[in-house]
Design a protein around this ligand. Structure first.
Ligand SMILES: Cc1cc2nc3c(=O)[nH]c(=O)nc-3n(C[C@H](O)[C@H](O)[C@H](O)COP(=O)(O)O)c2cc1C
Length: 155
């Protein structure tokens, strides 16, 4: 399996989650971890699983993540298994918003098959750190992702 994890980050918390996810995926797959600022023009051919992660900024993904998706060639995500996560402040989602929910809607419109529901990982303050246990939860989420992809790949 070829997995690609594309993330954005300002303070490093989403990067930590993305690395934890990529580490777990990497045990069973050829996994690339790419910061969105380096992802322009990336060839998605041969990717079996795409994971996108963004901090929540004003209820939405960062401008760089939105621009990355906007600039992908038409149809390049069609039928691609994918999963999305965000980091956001602790609190109920109707107050904090969730970049992952927004990302999920965008990529589903582009034709991806979401393997798991959008997931949020919580920071204690805007600049971090991640709340206790969130990196462990991120690894569990990634393991669930691997299992789900494997189950769906079975004939
Ligand atoms: C400009 C800006 C807007 C933000 N807006 C929100 C928001 O709408 N909801 C929220 O929960 N957190 C918001 N935050 C907090 C971020 O979610 C938090 O900084 C982020 O999860 C940290 O991830 P990072 O370390 O990868 O940048 C905002 C932070 C910044 C800098």
């Amino acid at each position: 399996m070829n997995a690609l994890v594309v993330y954005d980050t300002v303070y490093g918390n989403t990067e930590q989650v993305a690395r934890a996810v990529a580490d777990v995926l990497g045990t069973g797959a050829n996994t690339r971890l790419v910061r969105v600022s380096e992802a322009a023009g990336l060839d998605l051919a041969g990717i079996d699983l795409l994971v996108l992660g963004s901090p929540t900024h004003g209820w939405r993904p960062t401008p760089a993540m939105r621009e990355f998706l906007d600039r992908l060639p038409e149809g390049s995500l069609r039928n691609l298994p994918a999963a999305v996560f965000d980091t956001r402040l602790r609190g109920i989602r109707v107050l904090t918003g969730s970049a992952a929910r927004s990302l999920a809607k965008t990529v589903e419109r582009m034709g991806v098959r979401l393997v798991l529901p959008p997931e949020s990982f919580v920071v204690v303050r805007s600049e971090g750190p991640l709340a206790e246990g969130e990196l462990t939860r991120a690894m569990e989420w990634a393991r669930a992702l691997v299992e789900r992809v494997a189950a769906q790949a079975k004939p």
